[in-house]
Design a protein around this ligand. Structure first.
Ligand code: UDP
Ligand code: MG
Length: 325
């Protein structure tokens, strides 16, 4: 069993792979620990797949390649890599040589200090300012604010994780970047370390500005998962109650006018608003009840727990308990 697993998502990076492998190998050999390298070929069409197989075929390469049938995206690739990996510590980095494998030992040192996730911070980022660095600054500020986990650089793939904290998290959409926030919610200690960043020399970036939008939409999901995933009725129910209550008060006011004062209320916009708010309130509350049922199915069907234990001490023996929601 290797101690360290390096997971690398690859999508059309043919001209970067050989040098990446050499530099990675150099960095990993220096650590004097057992390691494995897992490349996840995310449906490459430029010959990266064959090149990776060639690298993996050499005896002693320590390389495993996971192939996707088509391009499923970087998050899916990382998730597949996590599942394939066996090390107690998992290191992720990009395949395009923008991250520097030489930073890995420093990240691991930090992890040894007792952290569960060490996240790279591209302090001096070598990307287009308008298309990349600026939107990413805004996104990082917003993500930090709403999740309460303050990081300068959520987007840096160069990170290392203790196995326990990623083991039971399935990643969807662009969620890999939120791993520190999700993990810290289940008690992981997260720290940031400045890392070197290089401009991309071979190949092209796979993302445009549309990613910013996707990340923002995912952020809404993350906030919901963090705050309400075990008590969805709190969100939907209170929204529903407020809406229904307001609508009800308006209806009451209109009824009093009609019944006591004989006013005509058929043409009043307030009537429409009142009906709308009451229906909305009932809808939200029903949605909340459905969500409550769904999370029960989610947890009970899969044997999941809505909390995470750390360890159990019993008559002098300490057992570490793994298992996250
Ligand atoms: N990548 C991937 N699948 C995709 C897009 C990207 O596996 O659909 C990989 C890509 O090969 C690289 C990493 O994810 O190793 C980051 O991609 P890129 O360098 O294009 O992102 P940027 O650095 O511009 O944010
Ligand atoms: Mg890149």
């Amino acid at each position: 069993m290797p101690e360290l697993s390096v997971v690398i998502p690859v999508y059309n990076e043919k001209d970067n792979l050989e040098e990446l492998y050499l530099r990675l190998k150099e960095a990993m050999e220096g650590l004097k620990k057992d390691y494995e390298i897992i490349f996840v070929d995310d449906g490459s069409t430029d010959g990266s797949a064959e090149l990776l197989d060639h690298i993996a075929s050499k005896p002693g390469s320590r390389v495993t390649v996971v192939h996707f049938r088509r391009n499923f995206g970087q998050t899916a690739a990382l998730d597949a890599g996590f599942r394939q990996s066996k090390g107690q510590v998992i290191i992720t980095l990009d395949a395009d040589l923008q991250n520097d494998p030489a930073d890995i030992p420093r990240l691991l040192e930090k992890l040894e200090e007792g952290y569960d996730i060490v996240s790279g911070w591209r302090r001096d980022r070598k990307d287009d300012f308008v298309k990349r660095t600026l939107p990413s600054r805004v996104a990082n500020w917003l993500i930090s604010k709403v999740t309460g986990i303050y990081l300068h650089d959520y987007g840096c793939t160069l990170k290392c994780y203790r196995r326990e904290v990623v083991e039971h998290l399935t990643l969807y959409g662009e969620l890999h970047r939120f791993l520190p926030a999700l993990a810290s919610h289940i008690g992981a200690r997260v720290v940031e370390v400045p890392v070197t960043h290089h401009p991309r020399i071979h190949g092209e970036s796979k993302y445009g500005l549309s990613r910013v939008f996707k990340v923002l939409v995912d952020l809404i999901v993350v906030v919901f998962l963090l705050k309400y995933s075990t008590r969805p009725f709190r969100l939907f129910g209170s929204g529903g109650l407020i809406s229904f209550g307001l609508g009800f008060l308006m209806a009451l006011y209109l009824s009093v006018q009609k019944l006591m004062l004989g006013a005509r209320i058929g043409h009043r916009p307030l009537l429409l608003l009142s009906v709308l708010l009451m229906i909305l309130g009932i809808q939200l509350a029903s949605l909340g009840i459905l969500a409550e049922l769904l999370i029960r199915i989610y947890f009970e069907n899969q044997g999941r727990l809505p909390y995470v234990m750390s360890y159990v001490v019993s008559e002098g023996t300490t057992t570490k308990v793994n298992g996250a929601s």
